[in-house]
Ligand binder design. Structure first.
Ligand code: SAM
Length: 286
């Protein structure tokens, strides 16, 4: 169905299906007609498979259907079932799965639905799960080429920041470990209905262009990163000590061994330094 960014069309759908937006589920639907075609094109889904999270009324889904070979879209809100049947009735390359994107086994889903084609992810994410869903997508090491998502502008700055700078956080480190992140474009708060209190940005995480970082124990490195950023104002000596119960002296010595001060904070380290710190601490703490 065309015209899904038209306010009158949306109001008609709200009335026809007796639907009301759920703030809790992050339901801010796009009403800016240029955003979805651009997202679909830049996601790189042309002629291949795409997974969408949270189709809402299907505005981005429709654009993905025009470009991709096959679209699988995951929606939590079952009230949207009749609406999506109506708005997507002209599309024959889409399947909607009702469930929680945080709980679905995406590896199994990809193997079942896309056995014979490359896959990307493209979504206007519900903001309340931005970080956990991105962590899930990255840490499950899915066979996907890229993740193109709309997130809050502030989150976009953090997610695309460089490690070793003030804007870096624990999720930034995971994003840089698994992908090359870039901001594609900004989207104003007026582009949504209902309008949220913040602006948004579309970012792309390219998993095919990641920088190889060698580390003995990835899980342990991310524990260190999380401990460091959980108490980012503290020195790493203190934050890792309190988060992981490793002796302060061992942490301080490890920092000196990689050429850092014992007073270094998490935001001062790039990923290679975190990897080295992890290798030393794992060896000395075993
Ligand atoms: N794609 C639509 C658009 O751009 O207008 C809607 C985007 S809206 C920001 C987020 C969508 O994600 C809503 O449809 C919401 O119901 C859905 N959603 C929220 N939590 C979800 C979850 N855990 N799993 C799957 N979908 C979810």
């Amino acid at each position: 169905m065309e015209g899904l960014t038209n306010i009158k069309t949306i109001k008609n759908l709200l009335e026809k299906f007796g639907f009301s937006f759920s703030k809790q589920l992050g339901q801010n639907f796009l009403i800016n007609p240029s955003v979805c075609p651009e997202m679909a094109e830049l996601s790189g889904c042309k002629g291949i498979g795409v997974i969408e999270i949270g189709p809402g009324f299907g505005v981005l889904t429709n654009e993905l259907c025009k470009v991709a070979k096959k679209v699988v879209s995951i929606e939590l809100d079952e009230r949207l079932k009749p609406v999506l049947e109506y708005t997507l009735c002209e599309q024959n390359n889409v399947e909607i799965i009702f469930g929680d994107a945080m709980k679905i086994d995406l590896k199994a889903l990809i193997a079942e639905k896309f056995p014979d084609m490359p896959v990307v992810i493209c979504a206007n994410l519900p903001y309340y799960i931005t970080s956990p869903i991105l962590m899930k997508l990255l840490e499950s090491e899915l066979p996907i080429n890229s993740i193109t998502v709309m997130v809050q502008k502030e989150a976009a700055t953090r997610l695309t920041a460089k490690c070793g700078t003030r804007s870096c956080g624990a999720v930034t480190a995971a994003v840089s470990f698994y992908s090359k992140a870039e901001k594609l474009f900004d989207v104003s708060r007026g582009s949504f209905m209902p309008s949220p209190n913040v602006d948004s940005s579309v970012i792309k995480l390219d998993l095919t262009k990641r920088e190889e970082i060698s580390v003995n124990n990835k899980k342990f490195m991310f524990k260190i990163i999380r401990a460091g950023f959980n108490q980012r104002r503290k020195t790493l000596t203190n934050s890792i000590n309190s988060g992981l119960s490793i002796e302060k002296e061992k942490i301080a010595n490890a920092l000196l061994e990689i050429g850092l001060k014992t007073t270094a904070r998490a935001e001062e380290l790039d990923l290679k330094q975190f990897a080295k710190l992890s290798d030393i601490l794992e060896k000395n703490n075993g």
